[in-house]
Design a protein. Structure first.
Length: 243
């Protein structure tokens, strides 16, 4: 969509020194006022353009790069490697790590490296572990560890969904035995409208966000993560849109 068709407020960018709070507030008000239209011209049930590439990290057993327009991440898989500590385990352990690059967000939304950012990364890592563990045939790799590391290079909304999809592609690239490949997506509620695959500006105006990870061939959910307050009919609508 050309800039000629956009609202004038959307052509204004906050300055790099952290100013532009009024502009951000105006954007939030504009997002809430828009009903079936969206800031980038998409419909409420339309994804952003995405791309993927396997073998993005040369020294990893398996790797992938995934971008959801301005949300970009890279995943690397190592293992299975022998687990030498503790008792014998009949199934492999999955260790996931999600790191947010210091430059992944604009100055106005950027968090300094510290307890808050560390807590967010731990929460994302735990969600990634939950989403991926069910898709790997762990019993085929006894007493071993599978390490999955994801770096979020740019976060413009939907970072967790992008990380899950990217990591699942990296597992497939590593040649590990999987039950299915996982596809993940997110949606958010703004007012009474559920919008699929929201950008960061839309999430700033949202009252809730839902992320779903899904094994499409088996038609099974591996993750359902929700933040915010949401009515039951809207939750059903979120699940219907995500799946």
């Amino acid at each position: 969509m050309s800039e000629e068709g956009l609202h004038p407020l959307l052509l204004v960018r906050p300055s790099d020194d952290g100013d532009g709070v009024d502009t951000v507030r105006k954007k939030i008000r504009l997002v809430r006022e828009m009903k079936d239209a969206r800031m980038d011209g998409r419909t409420i049930n339309e994804f952003r353009p995405f791309s993927l590439r396997l073998g993005a990290v040369a020294r990893a057993v398996g790797s992938a790069a995934f971008s959801l327009k301005n949300t970009q991440c890279v995943a690397a898989v190592n293992g299975p490697t022998a687990y030498e500590r503790g008792e014998f385990a009949m199934a492999a352990q999955v260790q996931c790590s999600v790191r947010l690059a210091s430059f992944c967000r604009p100055a106005g939304r950027r968090a300094e490296r510290g307890p808050i950012l560390a807590a967010e990364e731990r929460e994302l890592s735990a969600s990634l572990t939950t989403a991926l563990s069910s898709s790997i045939q762990l019993d085929r790799y006894p007493k071993s560890v599978i390490s999955i590391n994801v770096l979020v290079m740019q976060d413009d909304g939907g970072a967790l969904a992008a990380a899950v999809t990217c990591a699942s592609l990296a597992l497939a690239d590593a040649g590990l035995l999987l039950y299915d490949v996982i596809a993940a997506c997110s949606c958010a509620t703004i007012g009474d409208i559920v919008r699929l695959d929201c950008s960061a500006d839309e999430l700033a105006a949202a009252s809730s966000e839902t992320t779903v990870a899904h094994m499409t061939s088996l038609n099974q959910l591996t993750l359902l993560r929700h933040n915010g307050i949401l009515r039951v009919p809207h939750m059903c609508n979120c699940l219907y849109n995500d799946l």
